[in-house]
Structure formats: C-alpha cells, structure tokens
Ligand binder design. Structure first.
Ligand SMILES: *Cc1c(COP(=O)(O)O)cnc(C)c1O
Length: 430
C-alpha cells in the first residue's frame, strides 16, 4: 500500500511562513532528494507516524539518539520523574555526577568531562581547549567530516593541497578559516605531508573516527595508527568527534573499535537519549585548562540539564545490559545483507557497510574510501528515487545520500524483513 501525503505540502507551506526554509535544521527540508518533508506527529519503538497516521519504519532515529527506539518506556518515565522535580536549576545536581561517572567508566580515555547542550558546542569547546592547552592556533580536519556549525569547522580545503582553508559558509571570516587545514579522509600520505609542513604549529586534529556525515566511511586501522603516532610526536591534541559514533558503533565507541586512545573526545546525540545534550572530555591534564580550573572559558546556562541527565542515565542502564550491542549488530548485518541481496537480484550497483548500530548504503559498485569517492562515484539520482520509493512503502531513510543510517533495539526482524521486501520492490523499478 502506497502512502500518499496530501497535507504535508500545506504543513510545509505553513512552516515556511515563519521558520526559515520551513525547518530548524537544513537537511530536514528534503533538498537532497526533492519533494516535501514528512511532518511527524509521534513515534514509538522503530516507527514514526506522520500527521495523517501513516507508519514508517524509521532508520534515522533522530539522526542517531534513538538507539533504544522512540519513546522508550524507561526513558520517558525518567523524564517525567525529572520534570516533576523541576526543569533546570543552573546549579549542580547529583545526576550530572552520575552521568559523568558512567561515561568515564565506559570510556577509559576520559578522566574529566564537561556537559554541553549540543554536539556543536562540544566540538567548538574541545577545539578552544586544544588551542588553549597547546598555545597553537592551527587545526586539522578532514573533508566530509562534520563537527557541527562553529566557524573554525565550516571550512574546506583551499585550491591546492595544504593550502589555507576556505569557508564553506558565508559569514565565516576568511581570517578564521585560514587556521583550519582540511585534508582528505583516510589518507596517510596527505596526513604525513601535513605534519611535515605544520606539525609543530598544530593545536589539534579533529575527526569522526568512523565518518557518518558523508554517508558512512570506515577508515583503515593504519590511518588511525598514523594519526595517533603523529599527534603524539608533535604534541598535537587528537580529538575524536564521537558525537555520532559514541555508544553507537559499540558501547566504547569508535575508539574501542579501533583500540586507539584519543586525547579528547566529544559526544552528543545518544547521551541525551533524544534531549539536547553534548559532552567533551579526555585527559585530565588537558581538561584542567577549562574554567574554573584553568584559563579556557566555557559555559552553558542549560548545560547538564537534569531532564537530559536523567534520561541519559535511564538509557545507559539499557545500553550496558548483557548482549545489547551484539543483538544490535546482528540486526544491522541482517538488514544490509538482505538489502544487498535484493539489489544484486535486480542488477542494481549497491554497496553497504556497518559497525554496530550504524550503517551506510551506496548506489555504486565500490565502497567509498573518502568524501570524493562518495560525491563522485555514488549515484545520487538513484538514491533519491530509492528514497522516495521506500518512503511511499513506509520506510523512512535519511533524506540525503550523504547520511548514515541507524538501527535501534526496537527494530524487530519482522521490521527488517518488511524493509528488505520494500527495497526489493523499489530496486526492481530503478
Ligand atoms: C551531529 C554531529 C555534530 C553536531 O551535533 P549537534 O548536536 O547537531 O550540534 C557534531 N559532530 C558529529 C560527528 C555529528 O554527527
């Protein structure tokens, strides 16, 4: 049965009256796939429901946080109980300590941390901290990695290799961008050349240790080893941006997956269980540079919000349960194998990758290794057709070929089979 959504166009037009572009974050506008966004009424478990009551099996999961599925009973109970006690105090609460203890216990590279209200704040603050700690200005990031929308990070590579960066957004001063060097992801040669040229001027290298904002790209072990070695040799702070991968690709995140110890880590998405939260933390010596202990300023009126902390705690109780990630990984593998088989059956060039509860699908015959591969080799038109075909059959994927997909504990094998059947039908028409 095909979903037809006549009211969405009206809702989108209503939204555009007073919300810039009708959305509060650009990817939601469906610009990458065309058409009109689905307006969501509510969600439960693996499903979201639109304003017309259609159900969709959801693989966006609010872009990662909903690893337990939507409106998980224990999380909702925790939020209700927290709300009864008051929404925010601007003073310390024991639940912040509980969350910090939990995160430090799960992620051994973190001695001290700070909560923020978003992933953007976490990465922005981690970079300021790295600059304050090293007394250096230059930073390195990688093409296709997204770290939120702060000025230093909305930068792409200049016209020549190792040139100064250029802003990717209007409003970012070129003077700012010049401190950011942008390198191709997963490329040891480029990294080595950069360290040869700038090694002792670099404050930090920031990366998604498994990239999830250029679709999904899993870098090589050697790339991670080279990063760790070069950063150590040159006194450069290695920042793993695990806003997406943290507690997603496994309980210990990408750093546990690769066995690499970063100096600082940023979190977001999952740790708030769907409420606005971020965090950054790492080596004690570096973190002690933060105010009030040190001279690097960082603050937040709603940071460590009690609803978010108590929701996060309820969620961690589930994540740390026996076999949680094994079960999640099995489902992810089952789904991507099923999708791949369906694509093969219809002769559609298609590749997949996955770690834990995160996966990527690509309309190409070769898994991409970096942003350039994703942008140049993957068939975005085919993806857009696939996206709309799946949507009409009740499967909600990210509305962009440059996003990863997410599994939740609430997805059943029946949901996965339904997804594979829908894909089989859509592939046959591509
Ligand atoms: C989502 C994301 C961010 C930004 O987090 P917000 O909460 O949207 O500000 C930063 N880094 C990565 C890797 C992300 O996926």
């Amino acid at each position: 049965m095909t979903h037809i959504r006549p009211t969405n166009e009206k809702l989108f037009n209503d939204a555009k009256r007073h919300i810039a572009g009708g959305v509060n974050s650009p990817v939601r506008a469906f610009a990458g796939v065309g058409g009109v966004p689905v307006f969501v009424q509510r969600a439960k478990g693996a499903y979201i429901y639109d304003t017309e009551g259609h159900a969709y099996i959801d693989y966006v999961g609010s872009w990662g946080p909903m690893i337990l599925g939507h409106a998980h009973d224990k999380v909702i109970d925790a939020v209700k109980a927290a709300a009864e006690d008051g929404l925010s105090f601007g003073a310390p609460t024991p639940s912040e300590t509980t969350m910090a203890d939990l995160i430090c216990q799960i992620v051994p590279s973190i001695d001290l941390l700070r909560m923020t209200s978003s992933g953007t704040e976490a990465t922005m603050s981690a970079i300021r901290l790295a600059r304050g700690y090293t007394g250096r200005d230059k930073i390195v990031k990688f093409e296709g990695c997204y770290h939120g929308h702060s000025d230093s990070l909305l930068v792409k590579a200049g016209s020549g290799m190792l040139d100064i960066g250029e802003p990717t957004s209007k409003g970012v001063p070129a003077d700012f961008a010049k401190h950011t060097v942008t390198l191709p992801y997963n490329d040891i040669e480029a990294l080595t050349a950069c360290f040869e040229k700038f090694g002792d001027e670099l404050a930090c290298v920031i990366l998604e240790p498994i990239a999830g904002n250029m679709n999904m790209v899993i870098p090589s072990h050697e790339f991670h080893q080279a990063l760790r070695r070069l950063c150590t040799e040159h006194g450069v702070v290695l920042i793993f941006d695990e806003v997406m991968t943290g507690f997603r690709v496994g309980l210990g995140g990408a750093q546990a997956h690769f066995g690499i110890t970063p100096d600082l880590t940023t979190f977001g998405k999952i740790i708030g269980a769907g409420l606005p939260v971020g965090a950054f933390g790492g080596q004690r010596e570096i973190m002690e540079c933060i105010a009030p202990l040190g001279g690097v300023y960082q603050a937040g009126t709603l940071s460590g919000n009690p609803l978010a902390m108590r929701a996060g705690k309820a969620m961690f109780d589930e994540l740390t349960g026996e076999g949680f990630y094994e079960s999640l990984s099995k489902k992810t593998d089952y789904l991507i194998k099923g999708l791949k088989a369906a694509a093969d059956k219809h002769g559609v060039p298609f590749e997949t990758c996955a770690v834990g509860g995160m996966f990527g699908i690509f309309f190409t015959d070769q898994l991409p290794k970096n942003f350039n591969d994703v942008a140049s080799r993957c068939d975005a038109k085919k993806f857009a057709k696939f996206f709309h075909g799946m949507l009409d059959l009740g499967v909600y994927l990210a509305p962009s070929a440059f996003e990863a997909a997410f599994m939740s504990a609430a997805h059943t094998y029946e949901d996965l089979d339904k997804t594979i059947e829908a894909a089989d039908q859509v592939f046959s028409q591509l």
